[in-house]
Design a protein around this ligand. Structure first.
Ligand code: IDP
Ligand code: MG
Length: 167
């Protein structure tokens, strides 16, 4: 069954120049990339993305991590992969959450580490089920940024909208 999954290349992945490597690994899945962009992660976006972990002792460090404050790289790369069993295929390639327990050949097993603070710095985010993927995709992307129709949309009229355009 075709599924969509949100992938984030986290700030450590960008800082370690792993983007090409990670995209090559993900291309083994033969899934289709249906959206991709660089994102400057706000505090609001980071907190919302990880809201299911807000009671964990590592939550504030995790928010700093995904915002890029631990790596001097205030950005992540966000992608949506789409195709058969996309979530399972991408989670398998990513490996376990704890990089020390991840399969050594997986992305997290190869490139992740545990910080002295205890936080798992694990290079990549992958949605873990369909409901989470839908929530996350709607959080990170607008419908017009995705080249397939994943979820129902509505039309809205925005009056007096100010935005930048090419001069
Ligand atoms: P996932 O990224 O494999 O889906 P989640 O439980 O959703 O794992 O956790 C989100 C992120 O929070 C992880 O990728 C990792 O960076 C961090 N994290 C999760 N659990 C722990 C923990 O027990 N100690 C330290 N960091 C953790
Ligand atoms: Mg998760």
């Amino acid at each position: 069954m075709s599924q969509a999954v949100l992938i984030l290349i986290k700030p450590d992945g960008l800082k370690k120049s792993l983007t090409g490597n990670i995209l090559t690994r993900l291309s083994e899945t033969k899934l289709e990339i249906v959206a991709a962009k660089m994102v400057r992660v706000t505090d609001k976006l980071a907190q919302e993305h990880y809201k299911h972990l807000k009671d964990k002792p590592f939550f504030s460090e995790l928010v700093k991590y995904v915002k890029g404050e631990l790596h001097d790289r205030r950005k992540v790369m966000a992608l949506i992969y789409w195709g058969n069993d996309a979530i399972e295929k991408c989670r398998d390639l990513a490996g376990a959450t704890n990089p020390e327990q991840a399969e050594p050949t997986s992305i997290r097993g190869s490139y992740g580490r545990i910080l002295t603070s205890g936080l798992y710095e694990n290079v990549i985010h992958v949605s873990s089920n369909e409901a989470e993927a839908e929530r996350e995709i709607k959080l990170w992307f607008l419908p017009e940024e995705i080249i397939v129709d994943l979820y129902p949309v509505k039309e809205i009229t925005i009056r007096d909208l100010k935005r930048q355009d090419w001069d």
